[in-house]
Design a protein around this ligand. Sequence first.
Ligand SMILES: C[C@](O)(CO)[C@H](O)COP(=O)(O)OP(=O)(O)OC[C@H]1O[C@@H](n2ccc(N)nc2=O)[C@H](O)[C@@H]1O
Ligand SMILES: Nc1ncnc2c1ncn2[C@@H]1O[C@H](COP(=O)(O)OP(=O)(O)OP(=O)(O)O)[C@@H](O)[C@H]1O
Length: 267
Amino acid sequence: MICFPNAKINIGLNVINKRQDGYHELETIFYPVKIKDALEIIEAPEMKFESSGINIPGDSNNNLCIKAYNLLRADFDLPNIHIHLHKHIPIGAGLGGGSSDATFFIKLVNDKFNLGMDKEVMKNYCSKLGADCAFFLENRPVFATGIGDVFDEVEVDLSGYHVVLVKPPVHVATAEAYKNVVPQEPINSLKSLVRLPVEDWNCNIKNDFEPHIINSYPQIRMVKANMLDIGAVFALMSGSGSSVFGIFNEKPDLSKFEEDFDVFYDI
Ligand SMILES: C[C@](O)(CO)[C@H](O)COP(=O)(O)OP(=O)(O)OC[C@H]1O[C@@H](n2ccc(N)nc2=O)[C@H](O)[C@@H]1O
Ligand SMILES: Nc1ncnc2c1ncn2[C@@H]1O[C@H](COP(=O)(O)OP(=O)(O)OP(=O)(O)O)[C@@H](O)[C@H]1O
């Protein structure tokens, strides 16, 4: 059985405060995009995990798919499986790729082995794997609060625009991004700001990680400046970086971006 975990972008991100357990409360709009991995599981005599596509740094035993499998196996009678992950979503990019793989893995195992888990039960497993994971259960635009795991309906539709994403060859670790942010209560909630016309977002919608991350990584600053130069009505770093998305009225000329930058049209 196969599935195609997709990425997300964050349309704005306010880091509000730091909890006692070290996690941060935030508000953000999660918006699903079409950049996808491929994830397949097959029943097999022995456990095996393999990946292709983009190299995933670190020990494969720490892959979120394996972690999800181990969590489920503690509670359900699961057979051995072969897991194949074809990685296409850039890593260390603020696109939630690993979180999406984990959540899609849980949904896939639930379907393949008829585990009968409902969304609430799956959400409980998601919360053990990463703050971003629960979003991918419903996978539709939401206003998120808490640590990124409490959701409210929001009306955002970018289907009439060209949305472009560029990732410079820079890997930003999420924990590092949180360590250097100064939490603050926003003057206006993103939930109301996102109702403004997209043309007004540049002056109003921000990402609290962006100032310190673009100071540390000039290539990210350059990507954002180039997006605005070539006509983006709005451009912002996604999540903890390093990718930047731009929203355009017309299909832009992206030849400005260097060859070793990942460029995705109409995400
Ligand atoms: C930056 C975002 O992508 C925005 O959507 C997310 O908040 C990150 O979510 P994630 O990658 O699922 O994060 P996790 O894997 O749970 O946590 C990685 C590390 O980020 C920090 N972290 C994460 C989420 C959060 N709300 N507060 C935090 O402080 C913690 O130091 C944690 O050890
Ligand atoms: N299935 C997976 N896909 C990608 N990375 C994974 C996966 N499983 C575990 N990882 C580990 O997670 C790290 C990347 O996570 P990190 O949080 O830095 O960035 P991200 O995936 O771009 O997401 P985000 O910043 O939006 O949470 C990788 O370096 C890798 O070691």
